[in-house]
Design a protein around this ligand. Structure first.
Ligand code: CP
Length: 320
C-alpha cells in the first residue's frame, strides 16, 4: 500500500513505474542522469546519507538470484533514509506452495511505497503492478528487460568516455548470448533511443535476426561488430545454453567470441570495456582486459548506486 504522502507526490511524476525503458523518453533519461550526478556527489561524502526518502519504504522482491542489483538498490534506498524490507524467494513460504499473488498480498500488508522486482519469468513486474498500488521497478524479468542495468551502463559510458559529447555518432558493440540477455535488450533500446548505433554479435543460434532494425546491426563476426566501437560490452556466457546445444564448446566460443586484445585493437582508440557481471574470466573476456585501464566494470557496479538512487527518488518524489 502506498502512503497518502507518497500517493500525492507520485501524481507529480510523469512515470509511475519503471518497467521498460521503451516507456521513457530520451529527455527523461538524460534528466535521470543529471539526478544521478547529484546522487554520486552524496556517495563521495564521508557521511553517505541524505533524508530525501525518509518515511518511504522500499521492498526488494527477488524471486531470482542477484548480487549487484539487489545490494545496490538496498544501498540506494538506505542512503536516502528510506526503510527497506527484503524478500527472497529461497527460504520463503513460496516453498510451502504460497502463490505469487498471495505472497505479494502478504508483503503488501506491510505497506511499501515501491517494490523492486526480479523474476525469471518475463512480464511478472507488469502483473505485480496490477495487483498493488505501490510503484514497481523492474530489476530484471526473464530475458525481456533489465532497465536499471542499461541506465547505469549508459550513464557510466557518458561519464567515463574521454571527451564524451553525446550519444549521437557513438557505437556500442554487445557480444555474446544476445537471445537470452535482458541486459542486451534494454541496452539496445536505451542506446538507440539516445542516438547511438548498436551492433550485436554472437553465434547465430543466439542472435535473433528480428532484432535488426534502424540503428541496430547484427553480425556473427566479432571483428566486424567491434570495428570503430566506442564501448564494447561482453555478456556472461550462460553455460546452461551450451547444454541445450545452442552454443559451441567453450574452446570454440573462446576462439570466435572472446573479447581479446586483438579484437580491441579494431575498436575506437579510447573505447571502454564493459560487462554487466557476473563475469566468466577468460571465457567471454580475457582476464587481462577485465583488469585493464580501459575496463569500467567496477565503475558500472559503483554507478549502480547513484543511478538507482536517482530512479527511486524520481519515482517516489518526482519533480516536486
Ligand atoms: N548485472 C546483474 O544484474 O547482476 P546481478 O544478477 O548480480 O544482480
Amino acid at each position: 500500500m502506498m502512503s497518502t504522502v507518497a500517493a500525492t507526490e507520485t501524481t507529480l511524476t510523469k512515470k509511475r513505474h519503471l518497467l521498460d525503458l521503451q516507456d521513457w523518453s530520451a529527455e527523461e533519461i538524460l534528466a535521470l542522469f543529471d539526478t544521478s550526478d547529484v546522487m554520486a556527489q552524496v556517495m563521495q561524502r564521508t557521511i553517505k546519507k541524505v533524508p530525501a526518502l525518509q518515511g518511504f519504504t522500499v521492498g526488494t522482491l527477488f524471486f531470482e538470484n542477484s548480487t549487484r542489483t539487489r545490494l545496490s538498490f538496498e544501498r540506494a534506498a538506505r542512503a536516502q533514509s528510506a526503510d527497506v524490507i527484503s524478500f527472497a524467494a529461497g527460504g520463503s513460504s513460496m516453498s510451502k506452495g504460497e502463490s505469487l499473488k498471495d505472497t505479494l498480498k502478504t508483503i503488501d500488508a506491510m505497506q511499501s511505497d515501491l517494490y523492486v522486482v526480479r523474476h525469471a519469468v518475463a512480464g511478472v513486474p507488469y502483473q505485480l503492478a496490477k495487483w498493488t498500488d505501490a510503484i514497481i521497478v523492474n530489476a530484471g524479468d526473464g530475458r525481456r528487460a533489465h532497465p536499471t542495468q542499461a541506465l547505469l551502463d549508459a550513464y557510466t559510458f557518458s561519464r567515463e568516455f574521454n571527451g564524451f559529447d553525446g550519444f549521437k555518432g557513438k557505437k556500442l558493440a554487445i557480444i555474446g548470448d544476445v537471445l537470452h540477455s535482458r541486459v542486451a535488450r534494454s541496452n539496445m533500446t536505451l542506446w538507440s533511443k539516445l542516438g547511438a548505433e548498436v551492433s550485436l554479435c554472437g553465434p547465430s543460434t543466439v542472435l535473433p535476426k528480428e532484432l535488426e532494425f534502424a540503428g541496430v546491426a547484427i553480425s556473427d563476426n566479432i571483428f566486424e561488430a567491434v570495428e570503430g566501437a566506442h564501448a564494447v560490452m561482453t555478456l556472461r556466457l550462460q553455460k546452461e545454453r551450451m547444454q541445450a546445444g545452442l552454443l559451441p564448446s567453450i574452446a570454440e566460443y573462446q576462439t570466435r567470441y572472446q573479447l581479446s586484445e586483438a579484437v580491441m585493437r579494431l575498436a575506437h582508440p579510447e573505447a571502454l570495456i564493459m560487462h554487466p557481471g557476473p563475469i566468466n574470466r577468460d571465457v567471454e573476456i580475457a582476464g587481462v582486459l577485465a583488469d585493464s585501464e580501459r575496463s569500467v566494470i567496477e565503475k558500472q557496479v559503483a554507478n549502480g548506486v547513484p543511478v538507482r538512487m536517482a530512479v527511486l527518488y524520481t519515482l517516489l518524489v518526482g519533480k516536486k
